[in-house]
Design a protein around this ligand. Structure first.
Ligand code: ADP
Length: 255
């Protein structure tokens, strides 16, 4: 996992634009079909959809790990950060060593790197754990370290591929609250993939629903709740009502 500015991308002001993006793998699998949407700075867009509908493929195209076979992804100014489901920490490095990694790869000076890493470690609540090795961290702490590593390059656009999918519900909710606080502070353009409707609605300014493969965007739900969002929002009737509508669209997407 790394964070970078993609040289091949067309540069615009900021955020992401997907214009009729399609992906057909060499074996003939049509994973994504005609995906068109945009994510502007200050927007946090989640995508929910059936397993195998092409969500990860869309993120990998954005991250430059795959080349789309149709359409275009335009990536705005600034660094692109990404966090995947697996924290991918180097086991022989401490938390600090792992968080400093991207700065090192980008050729940042030692002092600057150290400052950026400490700031990110503080932001994700890992202070006091700087000298610990990954094996002594819980799953939630590993994800915090992974998030901190991406934060050191102050990304203007952030991609999340089910980062909390493997965590227990309480840890996941706590990390959702913390990610939300981070988003409110940094206001990057966020694209988040999840299987959880509650997570999508709680975090996002918009929730997109993708159809079964080949994935197309079949639902677009603006989320009207103002930030900052309190954890109790999850239990309010408006939250349940919107989650219900997304769920209904998702059930249609399996058809
Ligand atoms: P999701 O993230 O929505 O679960 P993916 O984007 O991982 O789905 O995969 C979409 C579809 O593309 C799946 O059917 C998957 O099996 C297929 N796929 C993914 N990678 C490849 C590949 N390299 N070659 C062929 N098919 C692939």
């Amino acid at each position: 996992m790394t964070s970078q500015t993609l040289p091949s991308a067309t540069t615009t002001a900021a955020g992401l634009t997907f214009d009729s993006v399609a992906m057909r793998f060499p074996d003939g699998t049509q994973a994504v079909q005609e995906a068109s949407f945009s994510v502007t700075p200050g927007e946090f867009v989640s995508i929910v959809g059936p397993s195998g509908c092409g969500k990860s493929t869309l993120l990998k195209i954005t991250a430059g790990l795959l080349d789309a076979t149709g359409g275009e992804v335009t990536i705005g100014d600034g660094n692109l950060g990404y966090v995947f489901q697996d924290a991918t920490l180097l086991p022989w490095r401490t938390v600090r060593g792992n968080v400093e990694l991207l700065g090192e790869l980008e050729g940042m000076g030692k002092a600057e790197r150290r400052t950026a890493a400490q700031e990110a470690i503080d932001l994700v609540g890992l202070n006091g754990f700087e000298d610990k090795y990954p094996k002594s961290l819980s799953g939630g702490m590993k994800m915090r370290a992974s998030l901190a590593r991406s934060l050191t390059l102050k990304p203007k656009t952030f991609l999340f591929d089910e980062p909390f999918g493997a965590l227990d519900e309480i840890t996941r909710e706590r990390l959702n609250d913390e990610l939300l606080a981070l988003f409110e502070r940094e206001r990057f353009a966020g694209l988040f993939i999840t299987h959880s409707i509650a997570e999508a609605v709680f975090l996002s300014t918009r929730v997109l629903v993708m159809s079964a493969r080949p994935g197309r965007i079949v639902g677009d739900f603006p989320v009207p709740f103002a930030y900052p969002r309190r954890p109790e929002l999850r239990f309010e009737p408006e939250f349940a009502e919107l989650s219900g509508r997304v769920s209904e669209a998702l059930r249609g997407a399996f058809a």
